[in-house]
Design a binder for this molecule. Structure first.
Ligand code: MG
Length: 165
């Protein structure tokens, strides 16, 4: 059975994953508004992926006979100056999420909740991927600078993402 403290922290993390999803959906809308359809596709799939993370924790709480208590989701940022600024926000956000997962993991270790530590290991590995991908796209955007043709090539590349993984 989950301790009250771990259960509360996991419920918080469901909210955090939903907030990530909401943030990426907001970014998808921005990308559509500047006619960068490939970036928008990528962001829509990223938003879906975050819902998958939330549901993974949702199911885990229930599998451990815990209680899911859904919380209010904050308002995501809705205005962005550029794709480069947007991806800097993505990278900063993913680093923040990594910190949250690490904190949860330390809490599970301190309570000797082995099942939760194993569950969180999946998220720890996932965060390595999330940060790597955000950093790669940000680096490419920095390289592209104000070059319209470079940005259009990048938009085509991102349009090729086909799944929320
Ligand atoms: Mg996530």
């Amino acid at each position: 059975m989950l301790s009250k403290e771990i259960q509360d922290a996991l419920n918080d993390q469901i909210k955090n994953e939903y907030f990530s999803s909401y943030t990426y959906l907001s970014m998808a809308a921005y990308c559509e508004s500047i006619n960068m359809g490939g970036f928008a596709t990528w962001m829509r799939l990223q938003s879906e992926e975050e819902l998958g993370h939330a549901m993974r924790i949702f199911d885990y709480i229930l599998n451990r006979d815990g209680r899911v208590v859904l919380q209010s989701i904050g308002k995501p940022q809705t205005k962005f100056k550029s794709l480069k600024e947007m991806f800097q926000i993505v990278l900063d956000h993913e680093r923040e999420v990594t910190g949250m997962i690490n904190k949860l993991y330390e809490q599970a270790i301190s309570e000797s909740d082995h099942a939760t530590t194993v569950e969180l290991q999946w998220f720890i590995q996932e965060q390595v991927e999330e940060e790597k991908t955000a950093q790669e796209i940000l680096d490419k955007l920095k390289l592209a600078g104000d070059s319209g043709s470079a940005l259009l090539i990048l938009d085509t590349q991102l349009s090729e993402r086909s799944s929320a993984q």
